[in-house]
Write a protein that binds this ligand. Structure first.
Ligand code: ATP
Length: 203
């Protein structure tokens, strides 16, 4: 099996920013959110099952998932959420495995926002890297980027794992409280460590 790093972190912690910096060093990034999105895009591999189980009104005019309608349903109906997950999760896992097997980078980093929340991912990665930042910083970033009121961002954060739960689950932590300059030395150090692990020459 390949050496794979699971990259996780709360909303707005800086996962995408960190992933780009690893990608610039030749690491293959596999983004499970992007995979989930493509499965429910027009013609996506999950759309036929979604339409047959939930009804044609859950596809929009382009054939993509009507995200707003589905969000409303699964928010109110736990059984519907389970049914949707039963359609999506096996396909996300299969596509992630295929992308990992096809990767040409020096090692693979799987971006998994909910790695800590959805336990089944942990066994599928060799090592967990958490991006950590103060909750006040997270709040400010997401409010600015998504133009959301504080209460709404707090509600999203409250539904995610806590900062401490993520730190407990992590093998490695990148602190992303400060500017981008502070990221480079942390990424450089971990990249060297991961290169060593991935060539099977762990110190
Ligand atoms: P999400 O969970 O919402 O996908 P994320 O964890 O991938 O978010 P990013 O998109 O990387 O987080 O960062 C959130 C926002 O904060 C972005 O607008 C990004 O440009 C900004 N940001 C991230 N890190 C820093 C930093 N060190 N300095 C300044 N801005 C940053």
């Amino acid at each position: 099996p390949r050496f794979t790093v699971g990259l996780t972190g709360g909303i707005g912690s800086g996962k995408s920013t960190v992933a780009e910096l690893f990608a610039a060093r030749g690491v293959t990034i596999v983004d499970t959110d992007q995979i989930a999105h493509s499965l429910t895009a027009p013609g996506g591999a999950a759309m036929a099952d979604i339409v047959s189980q939930f009804g044609p009104e859950y596809a929009d005019a382009t054939g993509a998932l009507d995200r707003a309608r589905m969000r409303q349903l699964v928010f109110a109906d736990a059984a519907a959420k389970t049914r949707l997950e039963a359609i999506l999760h096996p396909r996300i896992r299969a596509a992630t495995e295929a992308a990992t097997a096809a990767a040409t980078g020096c090692y693979v980093m799987l971006a998994i926002p909910l790695l800590v929340e959805s336990g089944s991912w942990r066994a599928r990665v060799t090592r967990v890297l958490a991006v950590d930042c103060a909750e006040t910083v997270q709040l400010a970033r997401v409010m600015a980027r998504n133009h959301l009121p504080e209460a709404q961002v707090r509600a999203i954060m409250a539904a995610q794992a806590t900062r401490q739960q993520r730190l407990d689950a992590a093998d490695d932590v990148i602190t992303n409280d400060a500017g981008l300059d502070a990221l480079t030395p942390q990424i450089e150090r971990l990249h060297q460590l991961y290169l060593t692990f991935s060539t099977g020459m762990a110190p």
